[in-house]
Design a protein around this ligand. Structure first.
Ligand SMILES: NC(=O)c1ccc[n+]([C@@H]2O[C@H](COP(=O)([O-])OP(=O)(O)OC[C@H]3O[C@@H](n4cnc5c(N)ncnc54)[C@H](OP(=O)(O)O)[C@@H]3O)[C@@H](O)[C@H]2O)c1
Length: 311
């Protein structure tokens, strides 16, 4: 089968679309014919060598974390799936391998793809939706009537989070580049702040929650806009530097693992209309170098999805 691998860290030129050995489902696994896989910023970090924990098995390394596809075969001991089922999911924490025509996955890390949604639409919200739910639903538990500031609201996780927070009845402020303000308002944001030219600490009202996807100075300055009793949740950076700075707020750093419960919640929100997929740039797996260049260009709106088997 074809897959995309790296043999060493580096730029997009290190991505190789090539023939690799066929995987075989072991006990407890399903073998999935991948129809769609999304490009996530974590892929860029892995390729550059910034996430060595994903390279435990060394080189060559097959990239990619989420998938949507059709069950091709079932390993011993798997119940609940049959050949031909449409499924989606995210590989276990620290694992990659979905930039490929097929992948073996522990059955508990997959769930049914919503019949009403395409593989491309579903996978565009798999890893991002899972991360968003751990952060804004489980950790911060954003509620109706609360005010939330989302840094990075125009990105993949932001796309899901802005819509989710509006769905539960929160007021949503977003920091994003000016070129994305129309987009975040389309997602439902009540107000957008251009972080290049405006100081969010002067423009947002006291917030119940800040969702930080940036870290560093943005994370630190966010402490100034949180109400007593409020919370800050970070997914992109450690919270060590802000821990204890304010004793009257909660500092949250969720461990985003993978499980069927959260995938089912993503599917439920997609089907129920609580969230809708972002604009999607469809590419072929063989175009992986161009896909990474586009992802790194800073001009992308929405997600890049590889259509491994066009619908
Ligand atoms: N902890 C976890 O398990 C986990 C899981 C998945 C992802 N992540 C991490 O979470 C982060 C976000 O992921 P993502 O998929 O949403 O990334 P993404 O699609 O690349 O979006 C990131 C967004 O951040 C915005 N941005 C950059 N600098 C900013 C600043 N100073 N202030 C406000 N916004 C700024 C950009 O917006 P504009 O284009 O509008 O400028 C960009 O759209 C990444 O670092 C990713 O690696 C963590």
């Amino acid at each position: 089968m074809k897959a995309v691998q790296i043999d060493r860290y580096g730029g997009p030129e290190e991505l190789h679309y090539r023939d690799v050995a066929e995987p075989q489902a072991a006990a407890g696994e399903i073998l999935v014919d991948i129809h769609a896989v999304s490009v996530n910023p974590g892929d860029i970090k892995v390729r550059k060598g910034l996430r060595p924990e994903f390279l435990k098995d060394g080189f060559p390394h097959t990239m990619g974390r989420d998938f949507s596809g059709i069950v091709r075969s079932i390993g011993p001991g798997v119940t609940g799936f049959r050949t031909g089922d449409a499924v989606f999911g995210v590989l276990a924490l620290g694992k990659e391998g979905t930039y490929a025509e097929r992948v073996c996955v522990p059955a508990e890390l997959a769930t049914r793809k919503p019949a009403a949604k395409s593989h491309v639409d579903t996978v565009s919200m798999a890893l991002t939706g899972l991360t968003a739910l751990y952060a804004v639903e489980d950790s911060a538990a954003v509620k109706s009537g609360e005010t939330i500031l989302i840094h990075g609201g125009s990105g993949g996780i932001g796309t899901f989070s802005v819509q989710y927070c509006k769905h539960v009845g929160a007021t949503v402020y977003v920091t994003a580049s000016a070129r994305n303000h129309e987009y975040v308002k389309w997602l439902g944001a009540d107000a957008a702040i251009d972080y290049h030219t405006q100081d969010f600490t002067k423009l947002v009202p006291p917030c119940d929650v800040v969702f930080d996807m940036i870290g560093g100075e943005v994370q630190r300055r966010s402490l100034d806009v949180i109400k007593p009793g409020g919370r800050i949740v970070s997914v992109a950076a450690s919270v060590a530097n802000i821990q204890g700075v304010r004793s009257d707020i909660e500092v949250l750093r969720p461990l985003v693992t993978r499980d069927r419960k959260h995938l089912d919640r993503v599917a439920e929100l997609l089907v129920g209309g609580g969230v809708r997929p972002p604009p999607i740039t469809r590419m072929k797996l063989s175009e992986v170098r161009a896909a990474h260049e586009l992802m790194e260009s800073g001009t992308l709106q929405g997600k890049i999805v590889f259509e491994v088997r066009p619908e």
